[in-house]
Design a protein around this ligand. Structure first.
Ligand SMILES: Nc1ncnc2c1ncn2[C@@H]1O[C@H](COP(=O)(O)OP(=O)(O)OP(=O)(O)O)[C@@H](O)[C@H]1O
Length: 561
């Protein structure tokens, strides 16, 4: 059979086809070059429109009227101004050209596949909470549009949400703690466990903003904080919650961090503190940190119910009146503290009545620090003796005007065993270590503003001073310096803060310090040949300056007993 010739275009068309393709490509390139500004402006206009739509969706409904009014006013002004429309068109084109340029398109718009799936599942999980059968136009419905409910979102490096704005219907009971807690729990679980979330409820705008908080720094070690007398640094918190910062030294580094400062003394609205936590959460370290700061300007009595010698480093130091760990000593010290509070009150009252300033011996701060006092409650009951907590009533009730401050640390599950005055008068509160939302709320009187996490480093928790907001808290590391497990740098940091050892007044010998502290220079005994000159009667003995009052304890100190 004779073969039919191929059409010309196919037989010798290879070269022709290539030529035509080349021609078409050149024409397209030239057209793109010519139309490039137009394409850029169109792309820019599209982006501007998308941004406008997003902004509109983010604006709460009740604010939209005001926004529309503003827009209409601008348009009217532009329309009435000479050359206004022309100038507006030029400005719009310029903005569109700027927005439409290639560089501006670098960031991909919208979530990727896995991020979209996460947002969809979050939306679906919220449907039962944010919808009712009576809602004719539900914002939340199975298979509905999640992008209307989540106008803003951001992801961390992977596909985990780091910021999310959730719109919800006005009928959702956002004023009820339980309703809020259910949503917060669900969002935290669906957005990834193990992180701390911060929730901001905008009840007016029916919007909830979810933010992932970065962990608080754990490298802050005990040091001399720059604070005024009476101010105690409980720990450090988020920069968003506190405006003040303190300069810190962290190893070789120097930086500023926002502290949680507890103001004590005469004008304090929360004159006494209660810290609770599970065993090992760091309450003893917090007490040690408070003691070291208190000793800069005052005297401390320490009651140690832990029985592990956590405060041994403070024994025999200047300003440490007693470190008690036996029931008899504890009762004696607390009885003395109660009498001392009464003595100060009487002395201050007399001075007020006589029109004098309070005497110096009522001004020096006296701190009563108790670690696990409930341990002694057990012992006292078994021994048929008075509960040491009952002796705290006077310092707790009347201590503030005479600078007597009580700090109690105990375990979370002993809250019920603390006496009524302790629970009633300790309005500065701290919870350390892992704790459920309910536990935190029962101690602080308000729920935490973030989701408590299961695994927290020691010294991590929450603090609330009176009715102030709840703060996240990281206590500076203040370990027991005689503990073998303590790192050398931390041990040295604590030892550096210890006051010098008390010089015995009656020639009593004090055991040599455990750490290599330089021994005091021996004072040469005056020889008979060189008599010490007696102060002349005319020479007045200098009065102690008001800024540095010397404690005059009319009762014997517990150490003397
Ligand atoms: N703020 C902190 N920073 C770093 N480590 C800490 C901090 N607080 C406590 N620790 C460490 O955690 C451990 C337990 O601390 P601490 O003894 O203070 O806890 P606790 O709550 O008093 O426990 P317990 O009641 O069992 O004595 C110690 O090893 C301590 O060094």
């Amino acid at each position: 059979m004779a073969r039919r010739p191929l059409p010309r275009i196919l037989s010798n068309g290879g070269a022709q086809l290539a030529r035509s393709r080349e021609l078409a490509r050149t024409a397209a390139d030239s057209a793109t070059d010519v139309l490039h500004p137009l394409i850029t402006i169109t792309r820019g206009l599209r982006r501007l429109a998308a941004a406008g739509r997003r902004r509109w969706a983010e604006t709460p409904k009740e604010k939209r009227g005001a926004l529309l009014f503003l827009l209409a006013s601008v348009i009217l002004v532009v329309a009435l101004a000479p050359y206004g429309p022309l100038l507006a068109a030029i400005t719009l084109m310029a903005a569109a050209a700027w927005q439409g340029r290639d560089g501006a398109a670098a960031a991909p718009e919208g979530p990727d596949e896995s991020q979209r799936r996460r947002l969809e599942s979050l939306y679906e999980a919220l449907v039962p909470y944010f919808s009712t059968a009576e809602d004719p136009e539900p914002l939340y419905a199975h298979g509905g549009a999640w992008d209307k409910a989540f106008p803003t979102y951001a992801f961390d490096g992977g596909s985990r949400i780091s910021h999310l704005v959730v719109r919800y219907p006005a009928y959702f009971a956002d004023g009820e703690t339980e309703a809020r807690a259910r949503i917060e729990h669900l969002l935290a679980a669906k957005s990834g466990r193990g992180r701390e979330y911060h929730f901001t409820w905008d009840e007016e705008g029916n919007q909830l903003t979810v933010d992932v908080l970065s962990p608080l720094a754990v490298d802050i070690v005990a040091q001399r904080f720059v604070t005024a007398p009476g101010e105690i640094v409980l720990g450090f918190t988020d920069p968003t919650r506190v405006r003040r910062t303190l300069p810190l030294t962290c190893g070789e580094q120097r930086r500023d961090a926002p502290p949680v400062v507890w103001r004590t003394g005469l004008r304090s609205t929360e004159p006494h503190l209660l810290a609770l936590g599970r065993p090992g959460s760091g309450t003893s370290s917090l007490l040690r940190s408070i003691a070291l700061q208190a000793l800069r300007h005052g005297d401390v009595v320490i009651v140690d119910g832990g029985g592990t010698g956590e405060y041994a480093c403070l024994t025999g130091r200047d300003g440490v009146l007693a470190v008690e760990c036996g029931l008899a000593g504890v009762l004696a010290s607390l009885e003395w503290a109660a009498h001392e509070t009464e003595r100060r009150l009487i002395a201050a009252n007399r001075a007020h009545q006589a029109g004098h300033p309070p005497p110096d011996d009522t001004r020096r701060p006296l701190w009563i620090l108790l670690d696990r006092p409930t341990a002694f409650t057990h012992l006292a009951a078994a021994d048929d003796r008075e509960d040491p907590q009952s002796l705290l009533q006077v310092p707790l009730r009347h201590g503030r005007p005479v600078n007597v401050t009580v700090v109690v640390a105990d375990q979370l599950d002993c809250l019920e065993m603390l006496s009524e005055p302790v629970r009633h008068h300790t309005r500065a509160r701290v919870v350390l270590g892992p704790a459920t939302r309910e536990q935190v709320e029962s101690v602080l009187g308000a729920p935490p503003h973030t989701t408590p996490v299961d695994e927290v480093p020691p010294g991590r928790g929450y603090a609330r001073l009176g009715t102030d907001p709840v703060h996240r808290l990281q206590v500076p590391a203040t370990p027991h310096p005689y503990d073998d497990a303590t790192a050398e740098a931390h041990r040295q940091a604590v030892l550096d803060l210890l006051p010098p050892r008390t010089t015995p007044a009656d020639g009593e010998t004090v055991p040599a310090p455990a750490e290599a502290e330089p021994a005091p220079e021996p004072v040469p005994e005056p020889t008979e040949a060189e008599p010490v000159p007696e102060p002349a009667e005319a020479e007045p003995v200098p009065e102690p300056a008001e800024a540095e009052p010397v404690p005059v304890l009319t009762k014997p100190t517990p150490a003397d007993r």
